[in-house]
Design a binder for this molecule. Structure first.
Ligand SMILES: CC(=O)OC[C@H](N)C(=O)O
Length: 268
């Protein structure tokens, strides 16, 4: 093979930021989730002291990951802040579990939601990633939400802001863009896109994705686009709706499909 090609590959290594492997970063988040939610764990802490000790271990692991991550500054301070905020993250995740359990007639127990629901898995990773992003920790947030995306098919950008009691049922194909704002008690189904109306690169610092106010339900495959688009509180957006403008609170928006039914002749 052409030696220039080898040279090109070799040169491409220069300038690549140093970041621990994705599986190490995901394993840290997974261990943290298992500690917060023993329903996902294979062994439980045997005392309160051990809970304390394991949380300190997770903090040390986060620091170690951050130290090996390029452009990660103020490692101890930021890892400390993340863990000080952990009780609030835990509180929010418990509201999400409650929302899934009370919002889905098929969900029988809290255990089932925590162990088996893709919506809970994706939200847990998102809330951790969002916490890291809000401390301006580079690289790790996107790696975490992409890990959850790979497993669940639910793509939540860590920059999105999502209130308490968030329920995603089923979820495959759901996309929640970077500047999306979601209030409390919002429920969404599979295939929902909260996306940008234009993907021009010059818009990168602008709000490109919708605002969804409290109490909204968005059914499967609805597409809601644009940074100025506001879905007013307690609205219902039906399946397959395509929406690029705001709707007032308490609206119901439905897609009216046209279906032709042709009865077949039964041949004797
Ligand atoms: C979700 C979505 O609109 O994605 C498009 C593009 N990545 C952006 O963030 O603008």
């Amino acid at each position: 093979m052409d030696k220039q090609f080898y040279q090109q590959i070799f040169e491409s290594q220069k300038g690549v930021p140093a970041v621990p492997p994705n599986h190490v970063i995901a394993a840290w988040a997974d261990a943290l989730i298992c500690l917060l939610f023993p329903e996902r764990a294979d062994c439980f802490p045997i005392s309160i002291d051990e809970v304390h000790h394991k949380l300190e271990l997770r903090e040390k692991e986060l620091k170690a990951i951050m130290e090996l991550t390029d452009t990660c500054e103020q490692v101890s301070k930021k890892a400390g802040s993340f863990f000080r905020r952990l009780p609030e993250l835990y509180r929010l995740l418990n509201t999400d579990i409650e929302a899934i359990l009370s919002g889905d007639p098929a969900a029988k127990t809290r255990f089932e939601v925590i162990r088996a629901y893709p919506g809970f898995f994706a939200i847990a990773y998102y809330r951790i990633a969002h916490g890291l992003l809000s401390l301006q920790i580079p690289h790790l947030p996107r790696i975490l939400t992409e890990h959850a995306h790979g497993i669940t098919g639910i793509d939540i950008h860590p920059g999105a802001t999502i209130g308490a009691y968030f329920c995603i049922d089923h979820g495959s194909g759901t996309v929640i863009g970077e500047s999306t704002l979601i209030g409390a008690h919002v429920k969404i189904y599979q295939g929902v896109t909260l996306g940008a109306l234009s993907v021009d690169k010059s818009l990168m610092d602008r709000k490109r994705h919708p605002t969804v106010e409290d109490g909204v339900v968005i059914y499967s495959n609805a597409t809601i686009l644009g940074g100025d688009t506001v879905i007013g509180s307690n609205s219902i957006v039906g399946g397959n709706v395509w929406l690029t403008r705001s709707i007032p609170p308490n609206s119901k928006v439905y897609h009216r499909p046209s279906i032709d039914l042709v009865e077949q002749e039964i041949l004797e």
